[in-house]
Design a protein around this ligand. Structure first.
Ligand code: ADP
Ligand code: MG
Length: 298
């Protein structure tokens, strides 16, 4: 029976993107207005999706990971008026069969959140109180640990990067369709958010190159990161009309990393910071720019 389970799970859950999409859909079904997705090592070591939605009711938690349990339909009629992404009750159970899963959840009625550890069959093996606010956090560790061939696919960095791009695309698609939703994607503990000009925006009203404004923050500390400014300019510059060349819009980019990843003592005015993961940061910025403005042609 466990082989059957594994086979059918590996058809539902085929990739990191797939896991992120299913978990994000669950968050949206729970009416979350904020979804944070964290990936470690492209999601292979850990995928975490945290939301501020309704939480899972205490009576549902024992069965949440059990195949075909869903709290979203209770009758046949419901299927015809379905407003949710999920209704099959397959995702969580399938993920349990191919990874190590914990679910931390708190409803409005609960006094505190509880973290549940699920086993391969989706049953709860242990639980403990935790400190999170209302909503649900699903953590998926060691995805495909029991599927060596699938795992092998991810030993190729190029494939991992393509997959990360697909994760961004999925989240961007949800963010576009639900403008009231805040979605963030963190990869290897770097968070990027900011205020970048819209593709095709009129750049001519903005400052000239000598006085242009690039606001870059690392953990809320204003810094100068010439490489980032250069990257943003390259991407915007390539989009600009000939007569607007040399003029650039204001942009804001906030980078959040764990405190251990930054060294602020590089220069006396502290505006130059040393990032231990600079390459990863530049790659993340580049990915963000490509997803906003498309790949550079030149
Ligand atoms: P489905 O979405 O088809 O119902 P899933 O396997 O994705 O099935 O989830 C099983 C059940 O677990 C859901 O019906 C819901 O009750 C609960 N659940 C899972 N994730 C969340 C979440 N983020 N917030 C609230 N409930 C959740
Ligand atoms: Mg679902």
């Amino acid at each position: 029976p466990s082989t059957v389970r594994l086979l059918s799970s590996s058809q539902v859950i085929t990739s990191v993107v797939n896991v992120v999409k299913e978990l994000t859909e669950n968050s949206l079904d729970a009416e979350a207005t904020s979804v944070d997705v964290k990936l470690e090592n492209y999601g292979l070591d850990r995928i975490e999706v945290r939301d501020n939605g309704s939480g899972i009711r205490a009576e549902d938690t024992p069965v949440m990971g059990v195949r075909h349990f869903t709290s979203k339909i209770s009758s046949h009629q419901d299927l015809e008026s379905l407003q949710t992404y999920g209704f099959r009750g397959e995702a969580l159970g399938s993920i349990c069969a191919v990874a190590e899963v914990t679910v931390t959840t708190k409803t409005k009625e609960d006094d505190f959140s509880t973290q549940y550890t699920l086993d391969l069959t989706g049953n709860i093996v242990s639980q403990k109180p935790s400190h999170l606010g209302q909503g649900t956090t699903v953590s998926v560790q060691r995805l495909f640990k029991n599927l060596p061939v699938r795992r092998q696919f991810y030993s190729n960095t190029k494939k991992c990067k393509e997959e990360l791009k697909r994760v961004q695309d999925v989240l961007t698609a949800f963010a576009i369709v639900k403008p009231e939703l805040r979605v963030t994607l963190y990869h290897n503990k770097i968070i990027l958010d900011g205020f970048l000009p819209k593709p095709g925006a009129d750049f001519t009203l903005t400052s000239s190159s000598s006085a242009d404004k690039a606001f870059i923050y690392v953990n809320d500390r204003p810094v100068q990161q010439k490489e980032i400014t250069k990257l943003v300019r390259q991407h915007l510059g390539a989009l600009q009309a000939e007569e607007a060349r040399g003029r650039f819009p204001t942009f804001v980019l906030r980078v959040s990393v764990s405190a251990a990843a930054v060294d602020v003592n590089l220069t006396p005015d502290k505006t130059q910071v040393l990032l231990h993961h600079k390459e990863a940061l530049l790659t993340a910025v580049e990915d963000l720019l490509v997803s906003l403005y498309g790949a550079q042609t030149s």
